[in-house]
Design a protein around this ligand. Structure first.
Ligand code: 2NM
Length: 363
């Protein structure tokens, strides 16, 4: 710092130096440079501030001119800094406008769309087909008791289906915790078929004509193999009306299968035995691979088993509150997974439970 008081000429040239220095550096200054420049020139001990303090020691006649020059330089420095600051901001904005540009008119990215599980697709197709034949959907509980699941269906107490080895019983309360589980005394079980819902439907609807289908989950104590699983989806149907015969049953099954599989399929009924129907049958579809000639898919037989059916036993009609002297009924049942396997020629129903997308994507 000068010890001697500055002359008017010294001050003038010092002010011009500050002006020149700012003019030169400001154009390429960054935001940080500008802040440093502002402090160095305009700050409390900045160059210009210090020079302005010298004004007081000038001769009164020289003060106005030098004072005016000092103000002019200060305004120019302030303006230059402000202008460059504004330029930097608008540059920022321009940069962001180009780099962050979004084309709102561009087509969207494709969304991966899945589809229904083949078992559910087949269930819905069957509901649709049978709705067309006049059948309405009934649903009921998956936890049943002995009356609804067995007794009402004319299944005698010593029938093998009631065996612990075939039916999943709910444990008697407390017996499992005590380390000795035993079947609930009130006969609470997981339903082994959806037939109990058909008894409920007969009771509910009271008067024929009754045309109902019952799709739903059922439980059996089975090991899983290519055509069995401990839980599966079943679809059963029941018709009760005046004068129904096995011919009506076979017609319904034939049209149902041809609607689902295609008109080239044939239906075969073989005598069987169920306690809730008389007569009873198992029914088969001609093989979708060989058309009935015999191949590996159908085991050389030409036929594939679908399910069971028959004319509803008079005792079962009576249990549903229907007079068997006046009305007759037919009923049938099958597993929906097996039906899907026959439709899509899948050799093992366990594929439907594995949720392997390589399998599911083939539908
Ligand atoms: C089957 C096979 C044969 C059947 C019978 C009844 C009812 F409740 F009407 F008696 N519902 N379902 C039936 C008959 C089910 O499934 C293999």
């Amino acid at each position: 710092m000068a010890t001697e008081p500055m002359t008017a000429a010294d001050l003038r040239s010092a002010l011009e130096r500050v002006r020149a220095e700012v003019r030169q550096g400001v154009d390429r200054a960054t935001a940080a440079d500008l802040e440093a420049l502002r402090i160095r020139v305009l700050g409390r001990s900045g160059e210009l501030t210090v020079l302005l303090r010298q004004l007081g020691s000038l001769d009164a006649s020289e003060r106005p001119a030098i004072g005016a020059l000092a103000n002019e330089v200060r305004r120019e420095v302030e303006d230059a800094i402000a202008a460059r600051t504004a330029a930097l901001h608008s540059g920022d904005l321009e940069h962001r406008l180009t780099s962050e540009r979004i084309d709102l008119t561009a087509p969207g990215l494709p969304v991966r769309v899945g589809h229904l599980h083949p078992t559910l697709t087949v269930e819905r197709e069957l509901r649709e087909i049978l709705h067309g034949f006049g059948f309405e959907v009934f649903e009921g509980p998956e936890i049943e008791d002995d009356w609804w699941n067995f007794e009402a269906l004319n299944i005698p107490p010593d029938h093998p289906a009631r065996d612990l080895w075939d039916t999943l019983y709910v444990a008697e309360p407390g017996s499992w915790e005590a380390g000795a589980p035993r079947p609930a005394e009130d006969g609470t079980i997981l339903r082994t078929h959806t037939s109990p819902v058909q008894i409920r439907a007969m009771e509910r609807l009271q008067q024929p004509p009754i045309y109902v289908i019952v799709p739903g989950r059922v439980y059996r104590r089975d090991a899983s193999d290519p055509s069995h699983n401990p839980t599966f989806m079943q679809l059963e149907g029941l018709a009760v009306d005046e004068g129904l015969t096995v011919g009506d049953l076979k017609g319904t099954l034939t049209y149902m299968c041809q609607s689902l599989f295609g008109p080239e399929r044939r239906i075969r009924m073989r005598p069987h035995n169920f306690s809730y129907t008389e007569p009873s049958f198992e029914f088969d579809s001609s093989c979708g691979i060989c058309g009935g000639a015999g191949c590996r898919f159908c085991g050389g037989d030409g036929w594939l088993e679908i399910g069971g059916c028959g004319m509803v036993h008079p005792t079962v009609l009576r249990n549903g509150g229907i007079d068997p002297e006046r009305y007759s009924g037919y009923a049938w049942g099958f597993g929906i997974e097996r039906m899907a396997a026959l439709k899509y020629n899948v050799p093992d129903i366990r594929y439907f439970y594995e949720n392997d997308v390589r399998f599911l994507e083939t539908f």
